[in-house]
Design a binder for this molecule. Sequence first.
Ligand SMILES: [Zn+2]
Length: 122
Amino acid sequence: MRCPACGKAASTYRRFFLTREGASSDERRKGCLRCQHCSTLLRIARYHNQMWYLLVAIAIVFFTFLFAFVQALVASIGIRATMAAWIVFALVWVLVFTFGLWKYRVLEIVDEQNKPAEKATA
Ligand SMILES: [Zn+2]
């Protein structure tokens, strides 16, 4: 996603996944982050439609796997290998989901000057 202030990518996936993206924990709870280029405080306004398509696609794959393949998998490769495949699948699911959260968020600039006086310690 692009920073509306400077037009560059506001954050990387790695930064999103591993850090608070420059925001305080209080700001983070409100869905805020800071642009990695210009340090503007940004808020997640909404998510692109692709995010919801992605969620539907994940759900379809998930239920297809659950209902169509689990029994066949257990029969052919055994319960342990099926469990391992399930764990790998769950990890991929989390990665795809968080990637979508990072990629498809729409950011807006937070007006820090007009914010109520609540961040005295920041
Ligand atoms: Zn920026």
